[in-house]
Design a protein around this ligand. Structure first.
Ligand code: PGA
Length: 252
């Protein structure tokens, strides 16, 4: 039985003070055993959030939204996996469509980042997804298959088994208020599981957790997470308000 995992991707929102205040306002209400909950604020909040989560003995885990694949050196503006790991970050989002689109991250960059995250013993939340045009041209399966093959190149079976979560995020559903139907989301998540099975075997496919992301909200979360192959959600906009508490408690 795969444990559900719900992650909040705060993107570039909230100052440190606002973020701390919001985190403290939701923490006591996130006290669940049957779901892994991850909060992914911007870099400047991570260290303080780590202390807050530790001091509150919280089960909520900390995730970063990005990382650089080099260990250290002259890379102005970048943050390494070691730096994240050293302050208690457990998860790192990688390959988000906003990074692919606005920051021109390639599958090769994403693959290097995945490998670095795993090498430093964090869990990678690897995002894959197609554009509306690709869906309309019925190319979505090919696109997702390509992303998985390139982004997980040379990543071992053991690592994928233990330390990779896949987030299926159709680009047309992100921040648009348009959600994939639960049937569309399930169809792709089931395809992803099948593909992971071909790449790594049935055992890994059965174990890997696959999230859906794209306009998840308090109203649609329950139906989406009731699908056989959907093991959680990556939540953007709705993770910035009290809605996140309702989303992680979707089953109560
Ligand atoms: P959204 O974002 O929930 O605001 O659509 C999801 C994401 O980008 O991870």
């Amino acid at each position: 039985m795969r444990k559900k995992i719900i992650a909040g991707n705060w993107k570039m929102n909230y100052s440190l003070y606002q973020g701390e205040e919001f985190l403290l306002s939701i923490l006591d209400r996130i006290n669940i055993d049957n779901v892994d909950v991850v909060v992914c604020p911007n870099y400047i909040m991570l260290s303080s959030f780590s202390e807050i989560l530790f001091s509150k003995n919280s089960k909520v885990k900390l995730g970063a939204q990005n990382v650089y694949f080099e260990d250290k050196g002259a890379y102005t503006g970048e943050v390494s996996a070691d730096m994240l790991n050293s302050i208690g970050v457990d998860y790192c989002i990688v390959g988000h469509s906003e990074r692919r689109q606005y920051f021109k991250e390639t599958d090769e960059d994403i693959n290097k980042k995945v490998k670095k995250i795993l090498e430093k013993d964090m869990t990678a939340i690897l995002c894959v997804g197609e554009t509306l045009e690709q869906r309309n041209n019925n190319e979505m399966f090919k696109i997702i298959e390509n992303q998985l093959e390139h982004d997980l190149k040379d990543v071992s079976k053991e690592e994928v088994y233990k330390k990779v979560v896949i987030a299926y995020e159709p680009i047309w559903a992100i921040g648009t208020g348009v959600t994939a139907t639960s049937i569309q989301a399930e169809e792709m998540c089931s395809f992803i599981r099948e593909k992971i099975g071909k790449m790594y075997g049935a055992n890994v496919a059965e174990n890997i957790r696959i999230q859906y992301g794209g306009s998840v909200n308090t109203k649609n979360v329950k139906e989406i997470l009731s699908m056989d192959n959907i093991d959680g959600a990556l939540v953007g906009g709705a993770s910035l308000s009290d809605d996140f508490v309702a989303i992680v408690n979707y089953d109560n």
